[in-house]
Design a binder for this molecule. Structure first.
Ligand code: NAD
Length: 351
């Protein structure tokens, strides 16, 4: 059974990844600082599972990371830990620099020293995989897609901090030889996403009969990928990716925000019609655009597809229907986030 040190594994994508990896027989040491975005409810099905060790701590805590590496001897470090919400980065960039840049640097240094001391097959097999975003490439015009060689041009403090971390990861490969891999993925959606991000926010507000806020004219385009498909891509890169390479991950599912919101409204109208019979898209309200709002993202994932044989298992239509159903079926998870009680859990279960 391989052991992987996963950081940020109580968050949205990390949580899905941990659940998927644990189901596939990987032993996970899950290091998470449990910021507002960390939610142990997501991992409740792993309680009592000896293959999952949760550790409450910061990736920037060098002593702690050194201890975890020495104690658990992982074959890989997979770094999801980050501040991830663009709007929060506009209000307060400092925490983004602290975790995404300074924290990633500490994790890299600890991983480098651990890897250097390994020998033989263990040294050969070790990988550091850094999970990043397509937002580092900036904004596209009407046409074209991001490829791995697209120059970095981040426009928000969030994407700038992720770009800096990507550069550090690259530098640790070229300078110290650390066997790194980087994935740059488009917007994810699916189960366990914190309801501040577009899709879970709209589902929660649509169900509650509240206004559905859309930035600007609603025509900002994102390339949506179902989170389970992103996790499968990370696993493929970790197991078969070429060391030192970066891989773009995307779903070939470009949609303007307004279309995403209309799709969610239509799905909810079918599954749980409003008592007054009104369509839910009547709740849409346009709000002032986010500063520096990138207009369009689109990913060319052909390198990942041709080299590693990955392709997304969910079309957008299937993924979004499954996601709406998941939120309808898991209202207690959502309620505990909305009323803040998910944060009480951490007191009891953090080690
Ligand atoms: P998230 O905000 O849901 O989760 C982040 C997790 O990291 C949380 O559990 C949080 O507690 C933890 N964390 C934060 N600071 C930490 C620290 N200093 N030490 C340890 N843990 C810490 O984020 P997400 O949406 O799951 O994104 C995960 C990763 O994937 C991020 O690196 C993000 O940049 C990247 N990414 C996200 C998307 C997306 O659409 N959500 C797309 C592409 C890439």
């Amino acid at each position: 059974m391989p052991t992987w040190l996963v950081t940020g594994g109580a968050g949205f994508i990390g949580g899905n990844f941990v659940l998927q990896a644990a189901a596939n027989g990987v032993r996970i040491v899950n290091l998470d600082a449990l910021t507002y975005a960390g939610n142990l409810d997501t991992l409740s099905s792993l309680q009592g599972n000896a293959g999952h060790v949760f550790v409450h701590g910061d990736i920037g805590d060098r002593k702690l990371v050194d201890r975890l590496l020495a104690e658990h001897r992982p074959e890989a470090v997979v770094n999801f830990a980050a501040e991830s919400h663009v709007d929060r980065s506009i209000d307060g960039p400092g925490e983004f620099i602290q975790t995404n840049v300074v924290g990633t640097l500490a994790l890299l240094e600890a991983s480098r020293d651990y890897w250097k001391a390994l020998e033989g097959d263990a040294k050969e097999a070790f990988r550091f995989l850094h999970v990043s975003t397509d937002e580092v490439y900036g904004s596209l015009g009407e046409t074209g897609k991001f490829v791995e060689t697209t120059p970095y041009a981040p426009n928000s403090p969030y994407s700038a901090s992720k770009a800096a971390s990507d550069h550090l990861v690259r530098a640790f490969h070229h300078t110290y030889g650390l066997p790194v891999l980087t994935t740059n993925c488009s917007n994810n959606y699916g189960p366990y996403q914190f309801p501040e991000k577009l899709i879970p926010l709209v589902i929660a507000k649509a169900i509650a009969g509240e206004p559905l806020p859309i930035y600007g004219d609603g025509m900002n385009v994102r390339d949506w990928l179902y989170v389970g498909d992103h996790c499968a891509a990370i696993r493929a890169v970790l197991e078969r990716g070429r060391v030192g390479e970066t891989y773009n991950v995307g779903g070939d599912a470009e949609r303007p925000n307004i279309e995403v919101v209309n799709t969610i409204c239509a799905l909810l109208d079918e599954r749980r019609p409003r008592t007054d019979g009104e369509p839910r898209n009547s709740q849409i309200t346009y709000v002032r655009d986010r500063p520096g709002h990138d207009r369009r993202y689109a990913i060319d994932a052909s390198k990942l597809k041709s080299e590693l044989g990955w392709s997304p298992a969910h079309s957008f239509e299937q993924g979004i229907a499954d996601t709406v159903d998941w939120y309808l079926d898991n209202q207690p998870w959502v309620q505990r986030v909305l009323d803040g009680s998910y944060r009480l859990e951490r007191i009891g279960s953090a080690t």
